[in-house]
Design a protein. Structure first.
Length: 266
């Protein structure tokens, strides 16, 4: 029975992708202006993200949505922990965001096509010589009014903790004079059971894990996830990127581990 459910889910995903790519084709065909094209691309991405969350049976709870509402109409940089393939769908479903992703991701079969058609920005962490140009390009996008998402952890994580943040791309928020909105993603239950070291590998995806095997293991599951928006860090001209990064990291880390503390007390 589970195999049938998995196959049906895969077919559902194919339909979602066909719809996504068809809309992307016409967006690119009829929109030569890069800003207008990206606006429509991220709207298309938000639509697809909502469908993917449903197809993966993810029940999402958003905490502190009033913080998000308070920033409506403003440009800002979201910084979040990142452990799962589903993180992009979780954030992408709640707002029209431009995601900063790696050049390596853009070269991945299927996933690369998705990010290339989703209005994403690319960074190559292996070639620091490109960093000034990347910061300039990302700053231009943020300054033009887009809301941008950055996953700044220094390395892939299994979802058991939050690793320290890379500081370099926080310069984008400094140069654009924008607010930074920290966010924390937690996966709370898998098939009705709390996420522990025993089942965490089903949800977490990082370097060294085969994507197709990981994707198949996610099929026919039920997930409960929480997206918590934290107090924004408003622009302060006296604050450099290192200070901004450290403050954001502390808020995300503390929020992430506060759930563990609450759970252990229950």
């Amino acid at each position: 029975m589970k195999w049938i459910i998995k196959i049906l889910q895969v077919l559902w995903h194919i339909i979602i992708l066909c719809d996504f790519f068809a809309r992307s084709f016409f967006i690119r065909l009829f929109n030569r202006d890069s800003v207008k094209r990206r606006q429509k691309e991220i709207k298309n991405t938000k639509r697809a993200a909502n469908w993917f969350l449903r197809s993966f049976n993810v029940k999402l709870k958003v905490k502190n949505p009033e913080l998000l509402a308070r920033l409506t109409g403003e440009k800002y940089l979201v910084v979040s922990n990142h452990s799962s393939f589903l993180d992009i769908f979780i954030l992408g479903a709640v707002e029209k965001y431009v995601f900063i992703t790696s050049t390596q991701m853009s070269e991945t079969p299927v996933l690369g096509s998705i990010v290339r058609n989703g209005g994403c920005l690319y960074t190559d962490r292996k070639k620091k010589v490109n960093l000034p140009q990347e910061i300039k390009r990302f700053t231009e996008v943020l300054s033009s009014g887009f809301k941008v998402v950055l996953f700044p952890e220094q390395a892939g994580t299994d979802g058991s903790t939050v690793k320290e943040f890379w500081r370099s791309l926080f310069q984008v928020a400094v140069d654009a004079g924008s607010t930074v909105l920290p966010a924390c993603i937690r996966y709370k239950r898998l098939d009705g059971k709390p996420i522990t070291d025993e089942n965490r590998s089903v949800v977490s995806w990082y370097e060294g894990i085969n994507f197709l095997k990981y994707y198949w293991n996610l099929m026919a599951r039920k997930l409960e996830a929480e997206l918590c928006f934290l107090d924004p860090l408003e622009f302060d001209p006296t604050r450099n990127r290192s200070e901004l990064s450290d403050l954001a990291y502390e808020r995300v880390r503390d929020a992430f581990h506060s759930y563990d503390a609450q759970y252990n007390l229950q």
